[in-house]
Design a protein around this ligand. Structure first.
Ligand SMILES: NC(=O)c1ccc[n+]([C@@H]2O[C@H](COP(=O)([O-])OP(=O)(O)OC[C@H]3O[C@@H](n4cnc5c(N)ncnc54)[C@H](O)[C@@H]3O)[C@@H](O)[C@H]2O)c1
Length: 290
């Protein structure tokens, strides 16, 4: 079954609700044809997976990262930082959609230890990269008239539900963030909803499962059934992000989950991802970690 079709008056309205005073929107008509897509954080773990899948499907990918993006021509790999609005704007000019992945992807140290080991990365990294960064992305989308933005949130925003076994979590599950990193992603989701409502940009906020970045994280996942159930393989992640830009019509705003198939217990309800995008995971832990 394909993804459902939406009109301007519709939306899944989850979890923040749909504004009945919705302005006249130029809803996206992105088709499953060649697109020009900006991927921020394109040199990272999930970014490389998304870029590889988009390139394989013959989309033109512009990468934006503080380091070179592998897998795309050098002139499409923009090296810059999210806080440089002009650089971001240049990279985004002419794209059909933005997949925003660039971020500091976790807390450095939390809960805090005892002094002197009680620091965190909030002011130095999380604020510029995860608070100011998404704001810049949404501003670029607004000022350039980019109709669709996909924002990388995290399952850490509903961590409290997972820990209490209050599962499966759904897009309506209220945030119960883990630490400060997860707080920045609650902000990101709210930011996306505001820009969607006020500026008619179609925004998806994706609560991503765990796609391990290194051998230490792989070892952690081996150690706990919960972590295996929320695993997200690079292959499933790539196909997910491709679906977000290939689905012709999307609601104004939605929160979705992306994980691979669970191995023990169903922790995340992926049905909205299937309904909206026609996407379902194909893999499960430990597929694709090599
Ligand atoms: N991997 C996971 O398990 C996971 C889970 C949930 C959510 N996420 C989210 O998915 C996204 C991608 O995560 P990842 O695991 O690929 O992380 P990653 O660290 O591998 O990739 C992030 C990329 O963003 C770039 N970056 C960071 N700050 C930047 C800035 N200011 N300007 C430009 N580029 C910048 C980094 O250079 C890096 O290449 C992040 O938003 C993260 O919070 C990841």
């Amino acid at each position: 079954m394909g993804a459902p079709q939406y009109t301007e008056a519709e939306g899944n309205g989850k979890p923040f609700g749909h504004d009945s005073q919705w302005p006249s929107l130029r809803y996206n008509d992105i088709m499953n044809t060649h697109q020009r897509i900006l991927v921020t954080g394109s040199a990272g773990r999930i970014g490389r997976a998304a870029v590889a899948e988009l390139v394989a499907r013959r989309h033109t990918v512009v990468g934006f990262d503080i380091r070179e993006t592998p897998g795309i021509p050098a002139d499409q790999s923009v090296v810059g930082t999210l806080t440089d609005l002009a650089a971001l704007r240049r990279a985004a000019t002419g794209v059909n959609a933005i997949i925003h992945l660039a971020a500091t992807p976790d807390d450095a140290q939390f809960p805090r230890g005892t002094p002197p080991n009680d620091g965190d990365n909030f002011v130095a990294e999380l604020v510029p990269n995860n608070i100011v960064g998404p704001y810049q992305v949404m501003e670029v989308a607004r000022t350039l008239g980019i109709p669709r933005v996909i924002l990388a949130s995290t399952g850490q925003v509903i961590d409290g539900h997972l820990r209490d076994d209050n599962i499966p979590v759904t897009p309506q599950s209220p945030p119960r963030p883990r630490y400060l990193y997860a707080c920045t992603k609650v902000f990101l989701e709210a930011l996306g909803q505001v820009y969607s409502q006020q500026h008619g940009i179609s925004v998806l906020a994706i609560r991503l499962g765990w796609c391990p970045r290194d051998a230490g994280q792989v070892a952690e996942i081996w150690g706990k059934e919960l972590f295996q159930d929320v695993f997200l393989s690079p292959g499933d992640a790539g196909r997910f992000f491709a679906a977000t830009v290939e689905t012709p019509k999307l609601p104004p705003f939605a929160v979705l989950y992306a994980t691979s198939c669970f191995t023990h217990k169903k922790r995340y309800d992926l049905s909205s991802s299937k309904e909206l995008l026609g996407w379902e995971p194909k893999e499960k832990w430990p597929d694709g970690i090599a």
